[in-house]
Design a protein around this ligand. Sequence first.
Ligand code: PLP
Length: 399
Amino acid sequence: MTKYRTRTQAIHAGESIDAATKASAPNIAMSNSFVMSEVSGFSIDAFGDNKPYVYSRWDNPTVRMLEDKLAILESAEACSCFASGMAATSAVLNSTLKRGDHLVATDVHYSGTAELIRFLRDSAGIEVTLVDPTDLGMIEDAVQPGRTKLFWFETPSNPLLTITDISIVAQLAHHVGAQLVIDSTLVTPIATRPLELGADFVVHSLSKYIGGHGDALGGAVLCTGANMKSIRDHERVHIGGVLSPFNAWLIARGLATLPLRMPAHTVSALKVAQFLEAHPRVTRVLYPGLESHKGHKIAKRQMQECWGGLLSFSVVDGKVLAQQMPTQVEIIHYAVSLGSHRSLIFWMETDEMLRSSFVLPPSLERQYRETTGDGIFRFAVGLEDPQDLCEELSRCLAL
Ligand SMILES: *Cc1c(COP(=O)(O)O)cnc(C)c1O
């Protein structure tokens, strides 16, 4: 598959024509158990690459089809899928960190990740330093040679769309013997392949752009075969948060059109971002495709101008508008999540975010407040006609 280009890989990688039926589209192997042709062990030692299927918590043909597709698209040696993005996130954190280790993480993340990192700090004996990923001096000051084991960076970050320069941060991590994880959910392999830029792990929530239709939860970890060993043996087989074959099938179907959907999300989101930037009630728009975005130059190189569909914006009297929005929108759903073909908007109040999700040191908290004011709308631009989206936003902003 490596000889083919991305669009071809997204459709054909991992798939094979069913020998018995000659079905062109993949079947779903719902079976949790597989008939064995010889006596085999029943422990984790019996599980490995290219072993026959035994039990679906170890390995399943439909899940493996999705894993093979993702591995090709991310240029990864190995991929393991999980029941959700958070299960994939936990798998990497659990397999790389132990009590007493030090973790360097970006200041702003997907809220579930931020809450989990907070838990690791407060209850699992992991020391955590949060850094502004655009401030390389701050990252250098944060590392503790010998103790820093992991860097956890999300780029673009949810919800502020902060951009990390992956190659530079990978060098900083490797310099002190730490490994770098990139949560690449917002950008997908269509625009950025973090492993090629030096990252050690890529994590995805497949519930977002990769699945793409808002109808299945899933997660994935991609890394070298050596790093995958403990993730597969322990985090997957023993902790057991595996992806269902049905969800794997839905997500693989979505993934086949990812190379077409990401540029379409990008075109629409840029139109919406420009519309918002010109609107008198809008005070700030955060979108990596805008020249005004702090990370635009890095994003231009690293994301190949495929900026994705997520943007955030603040407006005059945001809290008032947030209360009106749920009943005023028609085609835009007032809902959490992102990456669906449907547009989703959600108000994220600053005080609440700082209380429940992020625990920032004072300088970074000040920076967050300066960026978001009393709150921001996170808008996941879907695949509707962007003109219809702008007209609906325009009607809301006039309230
Ligand atoms: C949604 C999301 C996650 C968590 O994924 P789930 O599938 O909801 O568990 C992690 N990281 C980012 C950036 C996300 O947007």
